[in-house]
Write a protein that binds this ligand. Structure first.
Ligand code: ATR
Length: 457
């Protein structure tokens, strides 16, 4: 086992709170001139939990256990004193244990039973073996008070230290897997280079969501059985990547509007076995533009490429109310086909598929082709010099993080938008669909960039 693989363990908030509770018990009892606060310390250790609510639950069962165990211990001490000559100590001791278990089952407080038995047996053993030096009733009373003080201290510590949280370091895993952990995943072929597990697990971690995300390599012949497995294992949601984005539709129960228009799905939500398909690719790009203060409404936009990514982006741009889209593709027929599809869904947008005489009034150009992607990082999909100074240049390629296309645009002083933001946004949107709540992106982008930088070293 290599230590670096697991990182050096750091004390969590619960450890710190436990140490503070024990310290306060020791100081208080020393101040009260009552040494040996063993019961107070045990109570403080056991009752200090990660949240005040869990601490309260532990305290509650401990108080009930201590009080009932202490009371019964007192009664049985009396019995032992009165009937010692007729009954053996062992029989009396075990009768009390049986009675306690019965009482706690009866009042449905099973969590308290073990502690009650401990307090009870300690009292009577202590009496049996050292009764000459200790007054048994005051001993029982003192232990109960001591336990209560420990509990009160742990509750106070939980109450006042709880709001403070140690900030998680970038990339730090804090995964705790238990029976409540939900499973999410990616299905595609291949999936081994995918960054989705990094993004989603980091997101779950940062947002304190008890879930894990795994990548599954599923061959196209196995898609049907994989879907059956998803239903039976109750996988709550999954992403789809190449080559299943279209073929998955045959296995779904419902499609949302965007997925219907695109005829492709990248996100599926499982609601009690009902699988609903979504597509977050286009919205991921639109949100990125808005984050960069670019509102696409009434803008003139050049889209390079006419493949799957281009479809998602052009359709979303049309939906946002852009005025013009110019689709330029190596194979013009595909651009024309995409133009017709957009026009059948969005009537008001003007679409061209041919090179323009002038690109002076273009507000945004976005590369959706794989040109410039690793390993062909020297290639450029469009001549930057054709653009005016006001054009924003975006590239959905994120390997490398800054393509030659973006570098050239930067050299010209143009505003640029890299591809990593779209990748992260589409993932966050998937998570929001699965979990029905807003997900904080925190420092994910920087973390994913670091992974890519490490890969390219
Ligand atoms: P994605 O789902 O990533 O969009 P795709 O559907 O295979 O992938 O689309 C790839 C796009 O990149 C297409 O527009 C493709 O052009 P063609 O339709 O002519 O194939 C474009 N593309 C890929 N390699 C290219 C290259 N070397 N030069 C120009 N365009 C290229």
């Amino acid at each position: 086992m290599r230590i670096q693989e697991f990182g050096i363990p750091k004390p969590g908030m619960r450890n710190i709170k436990t140490a503070v509770s024990v310290f306060l018990c020791l100081v208080l009892f020393r101040f009260l001139n009552k040494p040996y606060p063993i019961y107070a310390c045990i109570a403080a250790i056991i009752c200090t939990k990660d949240t005040i609510w869990n601490s309260y639950n532990a305290s509650r069962s401990r108080i009930i256990g201590t009080v009932i165990g202490g009371l019964l211990g007192g009664i049985f001490l009396k019995l032992i004193q009165e009937f010692y000559f007729f009954l053996s100590f062992e029989i009396i001791a075990v009768s009390g244990i049986i009675l306690l278990i019965y009482i706690f089952n009866l009042i449905d407080e099973k969590d308290s039973a073990a502690l009650a038995c401990v307090v009870y047996i300690l009292l009577i053993i202590n009496f049996q073996y050292s009764w000459e030096v200790r007054a048994p009733y005051s001993y029982a009373f003192e232990r109960t008070i001591e336990t209560s003080i420990g509990i009160v201290i742990s509750l106070l510590v939980n109450r006042y230290i709880f709001p403070y949280r140690i900030k998680k370091k970038e990339g730090e895993r804090n995964l705790y897997i238990n029976y409540k952990t939900k499973l999410y995943g990616l299905i595609g072929d291949p999936v081994e280079k995918s960054l989705s597990p990094d993004i989603h697990n980091k997101c779950f971690n940062n947002n304190d969501i008890n879930a894990v995300y795994l990548a599954f390599n599923i061959h196209k012949d196995e898609l049907s059985s994989a879907i059956d497995g998803i239903r039976s294992l109750d996988i709550k949601g999954f992403n789809i990547t190449i080559p299943h984005k279209v073929s998955i539709i045959d296995y779904l129960d419902e499609l949302d509007e965007e997925a219907k228009i695109l005829g492709a799905v990248n996100t599926v939500k499982n609601i009690d076995g009902r699988l609903i398909g979504y597509n977050t690719d286009g919205r991921g790009f639109i949100e990125l533009l808005k984050e960069e203060d670019f509102n696409p409404k009434d803008k003139k936009i050049v889209v390079l490429g006419a493949g799957g990514a281009s479809r998602a982006i052009t359709m979303s741009l049309a939906k946002e109310g852009v005025s013009d889209i110019i689709i330029l593709n190596r194979t013009e027929d595909k651009a024309i086909q995409l133009k017709e599809e957009i026009e059948s869904n969005f009537k008001r947008v003007n679409i061209e598929t041919k090179d323009l005489d002038s690109f002076e009034d273009i507000d945004l150009i976005v590369n959706t082709t794989s040109v410039g992607m690793y390993p062909d990082t020297d290639k450029i999909p469009f001549d930057i010099d054709k653009l005016s100074d006001k054009t924003v240049v975006a590239d959905i390629v994120y390997k490398p993080l800054k393509t030659k296309f973006l570098k050239k645009a930067e050299e010209r002083g143009l505003k640029t938008i890299g591809g990593i933001g779209m990748l992260i946004n589409q993932a966050i949107l998937s998570e929001e669909i699965w979990l029905d709540k807003e997900i904080d992106k925190l420092g994910i982008e920087e973390d994913i960039k670091n992974i890519l930088r490490e890969e390219n070293k």
